[in-house]
Design a protein around this ligand. Structure first.
Ligand code: AMP
Ligand code: ZN
Length: 473
């Protein structure tokens, strides 16, 4: 069954029409979070991609089934050494747990809950299923056993199980990183200590050795899974052996998705497991890729601290197409906050008018839905909305109806009352600085900032959940 949705497919390098192989439901798999830290707004931009796709298909009443994994074991830390990506043997979750002196599972559940809270704040539709890596070990063990039996995997000298990259002839089709071009020096996976047969092979299952936490008993001894096998095992199990659409951030193209494809196709005796690979481009913040290591991470709660509606972030994302890099700034977020407030205020003004022209409304809405279907051209939709807002030919009633209907795809809650108090970027900056001063226990500065805010008629209260503020008159 063909849908009207067209998306840029990374493997074929062209925009393709999305279809459902079983003729009933579009089956989507989206790589989920590694739950050892807060999701930053860059991660959330990628998670918004699945939401926009689900909303677009649902608008046409096409059934969708979305699975998103929760990586709570097996995602190794990565470092760049001499320009080569080297995966260390340290699990991100276990490392954070030992730093904070709590169990890895406690860390995982804490950040999994926060991930769901962040999705809700951005109106991101939840997936139908969130399987956890730690609870699907049996699926991975079955998949690995099959790969050993088919000659695609072997036990290395360190007793870990490796996928033999050479056993998959089409390796590299997604990213263009063909095996002959991956030089032995390019140790992109695991520290090359001679345990595996070929430098590009990757671990499916790692022997526990000294590790005691998050380990499982298997036919190959006690150990834990590699990261890539989790997505093959889960997508094939929960989407019944075929994925119509596979999503993730652009950095996952290689090696994660390349390795996943090699595993999944090998499990299906060389049948193509995924029809389309679609990737969201990275979010930059003030010119640099947002990441913990760049030190420019912004969280949804940072917006809330500044008195900004989290949906302003959603509007910023919509103003940029998913597959172009976008550079976010506080200025852009503040501007988007004002636009949302203005649109909500307009919606209540416009509700006075009863005059509706259904034909005009349908035409405008259809035009915008077609933009969504055209490789999620959301910037064009926002441009159209700005034009409709100002159009003297359209009645207020029509404007209101168009905005309300397209909000099913935008998810900006435009019919919500514009009750939030507008605050200036200056106040917003001072609120953030004060929260920071308090977190650093710099009480002198924090008091100074409180006085400054008071002069601007903003009163602060410190509560167990952090600082709260109110405008005084
Ligand atoms: P992680 O929790 O690190 O596994 O990442 C979750 C998702 O966020 C993955 O799909 C990444 O590709 C994506 N991601 C990481 N950094 C960024 C960024 N700066 N902008 C957009 N997506 C990102
Ligand atoms: Zn994945």
């Amino acid at each position: 069954m063909k849908t009207l949705l067209r998306l840029y497919d990374t493997k074929s390098r062209e925009v393709q029409t999305i279809s459902s192989a079983d003729g009933k439901t579009v089956k989507i798999y989206c790589c989920g979070p590694t739950v050892y830290r807060d999701a930053h707004v860059g991660n959330l931009r990628t998670f918004l991609l699945s939401d926009l796709i689900v909303r677009t298909l649902s608008f046409r009443k096409i059934p969708v089934y979305l699975v998103q994994n929760i990586t709570d074991v097996g995602h190794m830390n990565e470092n760049f050494v001499d320009g080569n990506l080297v995966e260390s043997s340290e699990d991100k979750m276990v490392a954070e747990a030992s730093k904070r002196q709590v169990s890895a599972l406690a860390i995982a559940r804490e950040f999994e809950n926060k991930f769901h809270e962040d999705l809700a704040l951005l109106n991101i539709t939840p997936a139908d299923l969130y399987p956890r890596a730690s609870e699907t070990i049996d699926l991975m063990v079955t998949a690995i056993s099959k790969l050993i039996a088919s000659g695609n995997a072997y036990q290395g000298r360190d007793e870990s199980i490796y996928f033999a990259a050479n056993s998959f002839a089409d390796y590299g089709a997604i990213s263009g990183n063909r095996l002959d071009a991956l030089k032995p020096g390019h140790r992109y996976e695991y520290v090359d200590d001679g345990a595996k047969r070929f430098h590009a092979d990757w671990a499916l299952w790692k022997r526990a050795h000294n590790r005691t936490e998050m380990v499982w008993q298997t036919p190959w001894g006690e150990g834990f899974p590699g990261w890539h096998i989790e997505c093959s095992a889960m997508s094939l199990e929960y989407l019944q052996g075929h994925v119509d659409l596979h999503l993730g951030g652009i950095d996952l193209r290689f090696p994660h998705h390349e390795n996943e494809r090699a595993q999944s196709n090998s499990l299906l005796a060389d049948e193509e497991a995924v029809d389309h690979w679609v990737h969201g481009e990275h979010l930059l913040f003030e010119g640099r890729k947002m990441s913990k290591s760049s030190g420019n991470v912004v969280l949804v709660k940072d917006l809330i601290t500044r008195g900004i509606d989290p949906l302003a972030l959603r509007l910023c994302f919509l103003e940029n197409r998913y597959r172009s890099q976008m550079d976010l700034t506080w200025e852009a977020i503040n501007a988007a906050h004002s636009v949302i407030q203005r649109w909500r205020a307009r919606m209540s003004e416009w509700s006075e008018s009863q005059s509706l022209d259904q034909e005009v409304i349908d035409r405008e809405v259809e035009g915008m839905v077609a933009d969504f279907e055209n490789d999620l051209d959301t910037p064009k939709v926002i441009q159209r909305l700005r034009a409709i807002e100002k159009d003297p030919e359209l009645t207020s009633g029509c404007k209101r109806e168009i905005f309300a209907r397209i909000d099913n795809l935008l998810g900006l809650e435009l019919e919500r009352e514009a009750v939030q108090v507008e605050i200036s970027p200056e106040v917003s900056e001072l609120l953030a600085l004060r929260e920071q001063a308090r977190a650093q226990k710099n009480y002198a500065l924090s008091d100074q900032l409180r006085d400054k805010l008071l002069l601007l008629k903003i009163e602060i209260r410190d509560t167990a959940e952090g600082q709260k503020w109110e405008r005084i008159y």
